[in-house]
Design a protein around this ligand. Structure first.
Ligand SMILES: C[S@@+](CC[C@H](N)C(=O)[O-])C[C@H]1O[C@@H](n2cnc3c(N)ncnc32)[C@H](O)[C@@H]1O
Length: 199
């Protein structure tokens, strides 16, 4: 590598570090998840919702590797390899739905497609509970450290990182309402939010 290539690589690395936004440990107390049969969007990785809801949860993820990472933590759940922008379920199939730090991995265009599918497969009055990162810049890389406390008091420490996109609770609320959801609860925290939407 020549000196100028080395300098240019060093500057690119510096610029990357400059744009890396790291949100320090955020404690998320999960008091409960919705009742009955739940569809969990992007349920792989840590598989938080499947660990809580067990056999009530159908966890859909588009990567087998993410499913493999989570499956042994909740083998009683139903694990499905699928892209949530096109779900193979009939209308009104699930009682409720969840997404735990999954929509941050989708463009806002894909979020809308996924919300449309969630709306379609939910029963009337079904609820969609979303925990996700509040990101207010579309530059650089966003990383949030999470300490999730499950209802049985078990603690899961993890982190979720993506290239930044604007997805504050206001933006996500608008996307959900454009589909037809009624957003009934919005809890904003410094770096993340929780919201409940009803079909
Ligand atoms: C941070 S990871 C796992 C978060 C997970 N809910 C947990 O409890 O740790 C986000 C997941 O969303 C999945 N995902 C992203 N876009 C998706 C889509 N269109 N359909 C299904 N899964 C998707 C990714 O494959 C990834 O496993």
């Amino acid at each position: 590598m020549s000196d100028s290539q080395r300098t240019s690589k060093f500057l690119r690395t510096l610029s990357f570090i400059g744009q890396l936004i790291v949100k320090r440990m955020n404690t998320i107390l999960i008091m409960e998840i919705p009742p009955e049969k739940i569809l969990d969007i992007g349920g792989g990785g840590e598989g938080i919702i499947a660990q809580v809801g067990r056999e009530r949860v159908t966890a859909v993820d588009k990567y087998q590797s993410e499913i493999n990472q989570a499956k042994h933590k909740a083998p009683e759940a139903t694990w499905v390899l699928a892209d949530a922008t096109k779900l193979g379920y009939s209308e009104n199939f699930f009682d409720n739905a969840t997404s735990f730090f999954s929509i941050m991995y989708m463009s806002n265009e894909d979020k809308s497609k996924v919300f449309q599918e969630v709306y379609r497969v939910l029963k009337p009055e079904g609820e969609f509970w979303v925990w996700d990162a509040s990101i207010s810049s579309d530059k650089g890389v966003f990383f949030i450290k999470v300490k999730a406390i499950l209802p049985n008091k078990e603690v899961v420490r993890t982190g979720y990182g993506v290239s930044s996109k604007i997805q504050t609770s206001d933006v996500v609320k608008d996307l959900l309402e454009n589909i037809g959801f009624k957003v009934e609860v919005v809890e904003d925290n410094e770096n993340w939010y929780f919201l409940k939407a009803k079909k």
